[in-house]
Design a protein. Structure first.
Length: 46
């Protein structure tokens, strides 16, 4: 019983970790995209 509970908790932790990593990567890509576009706009303006 306790082994099953720890197993499910471990799986949930892994899922959260994977989801968090994917979310962080997508956020980083968005940030990079925004900084690049802002740089392009700045170059076009000046």
């Amino acid at each position: 019983m306790t082994l099953n509970k720890t197993k499910s908790r471990f799986l949930m932790g892994n899922l959260l970790f994977l989801f968090g990593g994917f979310y962080g990567l997508s956020l980083g890509n968005l940030l990079k995209y925004f900084t690049v576009t802002r740089h392009k706009f700045a170059v076009e303006i000046f």
